[in-house]
Design a protein around this ligand. Sequence first.
Ligand SMILES: Nc1nc2c(ncn2[C@@H]2O[C@H](COP(=O)(O)OP(=O)(O)OP(=O)(O)O)[C@@H](O)[C@H]2O)c(=O)[nH]1
Ligand SMILES: [Mg+2]
Length: 444
Amino acid sequence: MIAAGAETIAAVATPPGQGGIGIVRLSGPDAKTIAEGIVCQSLKPRRVKFAEFRNQTGETLDEGLVLYFAAPRSFTGEDVVELQGHGGPVVMQLLLDEAVGRGARLARPGEFTERAFLNGKIDLAQAEAVADLISSSSRAAARGALRSLKGDFSRAVFNLDQQVLHLRIYLEAAMDFPEEEVDFLSSGQVVEKAQAIGQGLTNLLRESTQGVLLNDGITVAILGAPNVGKSSLLNVLSGEERAIVTDIPGTTRDLLHVDLTLQGLPVRIVDTAGLRDSVDPVEIEGVRRAEQQAVEADLVLLVTEAGYAKTNVWSGSEPLIRVANKVDLTELEPGLVENTDGIMEVRISAKNGAGIEVLRAYILEKVGFVSEGSTYTARKRHLLALDEAMQALRRAQVLIDENLQAELVAEELRVVHEALGTIAGVVTADDLLGEIFASFCIGK
Ligand SMILES: Nc1nc2c(ncn2[C@@H]2O[C@H](COP(=O)(O)OP(=O)(O)OP(=O)(O)O)[C@@H](O)[C@H]2O)c(=O)[nH]1
Ligand SMILES: [Mg+2]
């Protein structure tokens, strides 16, 4: 592991603004000396002390608690000191300036966590989980982030990693006895081991997909002809009268969004202008934005009026849910049904709420979200790595089936291994590290 550096870093670790308590955190070789200078007393590890915080001329800046964690038993693995003062922006800035004046340097975003990673306190997936926990927007997302932070995700990856390693070792042995190589491959052992790895990868991919959904949330665009009830649908889904609803076609022009959670999944619903040909430049722009939003969304709700012949206003691709609104004006039953064209549609009434629960559930189903069961926090990066591992494993399995050379199989398994290694950060490019930690807040 690379040493994290000899510099001592400092940052305000609490959010900006006013609060009961504000914390300046220091990490690095001089953290203790700098803090002892400020509090004018010596510090003992894991002891809390009450102290006055003073500047170099002896003027008191604030008073509060000081905590010292000696390396390596700290978050970063270095000497860490927390100065807990009063949570006002001016006081915090004074304290921070004082720390800098005594030799610390301002921390970059995520630098404390980066040091924890570089010092081997946590792996990369856990470091990412720190940021995910802080930014989680639902209980389920927070729960997933905490599981990853505690290392559950990393352990599952490591477990697979070990299985791949064993298989590689087994194959290396096979290569040492070339005359028996074919028997090795066809012995069933290799096939079984590869299958077990495949199963493990499938499980991990499934759970991680849930994690990415929970972390990133989804965007759902409501699309359709004018006056079909798109804005009414936004309102009923959000439980508030957010969008203007009138019986005049072309009411909505701008995009309007509402953020909500469905069974813990963060969902952004976007209402759009009704799609039609127009000569009004404002409406033309509204339609352009609507279509662009539909392309960017994770899911489109294509709204029509129940019982009317459907005009094809949008020919975009899946995932898409057909919603037939105003079912209250017809004899039709609300709910999920196969329409006369053999296509599934959800019949609802944005007016009286009929079918809305079914629609909510169907949205979750369409994006592949299962609310039960525990999941991890995960990022697209993890999915890509798992996917790469899966593809290499599939290639290896084909080679095994065809009884080809063990070398070729071993080479594919090496790819599986490396792909898994990127998740924990065992093999990681520096620029990726920079990217990951730059997305943190300062002081973490
Ligand atoms: N009976 C009935 N009327 C509805 C329903 N949903 C919407 N409406 C009415 O249909 C009209 C249009 O509703 P909006 O929600 O403004 O429709 P829109 O698709 O957003 O229209 P534009 O913004 O013009 O594209 C309003 O008069 C609504 O009250 C429904 O489920 N049943
Ligand atoms: Mg509207």
